[in-house]
Write a protein that binds this ligand. Structure first.
Ligand code: URA
Length: 250
């Protein structure tokens, strides 16, 4: 689906500068569409997926237009916040992208000390579909534990009903898949604060390292290095909601 928008407003909202600056740029011939200089800054353009192939700003491809969805390999030590102290995930994106309106936000959060698959988007509807408890999108985490599993955790987590410290509602059923005495995958369908760490704390253990490798049926690509991100394809976005991807934890 494409939406027609005023060019100067589009570019200003994408962080290229003020509307006035965009009008100046057009006057100077700094914006081309299909190879020809744009003449009027308030012309309507179709904001479709192909716009970056057609529109050049100062000779460079247009940034991904609104409706972008990114996957990032979040490294340990960066925070999912727009304003915390320390290094923020948004600082891993190009400067201009941080000035966009609507803003690019993380889809849920990973703790500062958690690494792995993190989605970012400026599409509020998509964001809410992914984090909505009703959609039950499964998130899989690889946890390294301070103490060996005692063998009872899988049944306890699968049954649901565990009440975490500070909560009054029990956690939904979750799937524990041990890999070794001190390592396991845990797949959850909720997104509670520090959920995985608190679930292991509730059974007397402690998470030493945590990494998310899957959301729905979407896996963190092995070639996406920590700190790197890329645009997602429509197939990858659909994989988040693939049938069966959520039920495994329920
Ligand atoms: N659970 C946690 O404890 N931390 C995360 O970052 C995500 C899930």
């Amino acid at each position: 689906m494409s939406v027609a928008t005023r060019l100067d407003r589009l570019l200003a909202n994408m962080g290229y500068g003020s509307r006035r600056e965009m009008q100046q740029l057009v006057k100077q011939g700094g914006v081309t569409l299909d190879g020809a200089p744009v003449k009027v800054a308030d012309m309507k353009v179709d904001v479709g997926l192909d716009l970056s192939d057609r529109l050049k700003i100062r000779g460079a491809r247009l940034d991904p237009p609104p409706g972008l969805v990114l996957m990032m390999h979040k490294p340990v030590g960066v925070t999912c916040s727009h304003k915390d102290a320390g290094v923020l995930v948004y600082s891993l994106l190009p400067n201009r992208w941080r000035a966009r309106e609507p803003a690019i936000s993380t889809v849920g959060r990973l703790d500062k000390e958690t690494s792995g698959l993190l989605l970012l988007t400026d599409d509020g509807d998509l964001l809410h579909r992914i984090i909505s408890p009703r959609k039950q999108v499964a998130k899989r985490y690889l946890a390294r534990l301070a103490r060996p599993l005692d063998g009872g955790e899988a049944a306890l987590f699968a049954a649901g009903g565990l009440i975490l410290e500070g909560d009054d509602k029990p956690v939904a059923p979750a799937l524990l898949e041990p890999i070794s005495p001190n390592q396991a995958y845990l797949t959850v369908t909720e997104g509670r604060y520090h959920q995985v760490r608190r679930m292991f704390a509730a059974v007397g253990n402690h998470v030493e390292a945590l990494h998310r490798d899957r959301i729905g049926a979407l896996e963190l690509p092995t070639d996406l290095e920590p700190g790197r991100y890329r645009l997602m394809t429509p197939d990858e976005i659909n994989a988040i909601f693939a049938p069966g991807a959520s039920e495994s934890a329920a």
